[in-house]
Ligand binder design. Structure first.
Ligand code: FPP
Length: 252
């Protein structure tokens, strides 16, 4: 679903394209932190730090632009396979983000949610997530969802298991397993499907991100590395989205 721009929307001083459409839900695969660091002969951790800065910028820009939902891929279930030091760095950044940013996020009216397999996260991070979700739970300006320890296939398997258990318990008729009931068992049960999925860094893959939810999303692949991603880039992806014709499988 998308909403027409009725009035000029601003990112900084730039006008959004009139007559285009603002996607209600933008999802981003934030890729390229490592290459950004390598190009500067810096450790990968420096790239992730700049990536966290870019996330701050884009949360603000998305809210200014009138996007209702922003979902970002912060750490995939496959990212656990990275060297222990890098995993520790990423978890440290996450801690910092949850501790330091939460007051700002709350002040800006952003509701934070985390999706993914929490069992693999450390207890202190789980507590920080729960506190952040509770603190921002009533905010409505922008819904920010961070996918952490998240994999799309695992999410679908988890939903299937939950439905199977409900059938076994006698509370669900197999005939009532359909797209709606399946959706209600995903992490994103109360989040609309993404309209626009952006991947940075020139890679053209989905990488197990929101597989079910992105069935009819528009994809925009951009060459910019994530740490360089700015409000202007989000604006240009949204403009590209605004020029697309969505048919959801119907004849054009
Ligand atoms: C991809 O870059 C990015 C990640 C693996 C994680 C994204 C993390 C951040 C933006 C840091 C802050 C986020 C949170 C939620 C605290 P890459 O390392 O795969 O880059 P490369 O492909 O160039 O090596």
């Amino acid at each position: 679903m998308s909403q027409p721009i009725s009035t000029a929307v601003k990112i900084g001083t730039a006008e959004a394209p009139d007559g285009g459409a603002i996607p209600r839900h933008v999802a981003i695969i934030m890729d390229g932190n490592g290459r950004w660091a390598k190009a500067r002969s810096l450790p990968r951790a420096a790239g992730h730090r700049e990536g966290a800065e870019a996330l701050r910028r884009i949360v603000r820009a998305a809210a200014e632009f009138g996007v209702d939902y922003l979902t970002v891929f912060g750490f995939s279930s496959e990212n656990w396979k990275r060297p222990a030091e890098e995993v520790t760095d990423l978890m440290g950044l996450l801690r910092l983000y949850l501790r330091k940013e939460i007051a700002e996020i709350d002040r800006e009216g952003v509701r934070l949610r985390v999706i993914g397999d929490r069992d693999r996260l450390s207890d202190d991070i789980i507590k920080l997530i729960e506190d952040a979700e509770q603190r921002t739970g009533a905010n409505t300006r922008l819904n920010l969802t961070v996918a952490l320890s998240y994999g799309g296939r695992a999410e679908i398997v988890r939903a299937a298991q939950r439905l199977a258990k409900a059938v076994r318990a006698g509370s669900l008729d197999p005939e009532d397993i359909n797209e709606d009931s399946f959706h209600r068992h995903l992490f994103t049960a109360d989040i609309p499907d993404p309209d626009l999925v952006i991947r940075t860094s020139g890679e053209k893959r989905i990488s197990n991100f929101l597989l079910w939810q992105s069935a009819y999303a528009e994809y925009v692949f951009m060459d910019k590395l994530w740490p360089d991603f700015a409000g202007e880039d989000l604006k240009s992806a949204i403009a590209e989205f605004g020029g697309r014709k969505r048919r959801y499988g119907a004849a054009g």
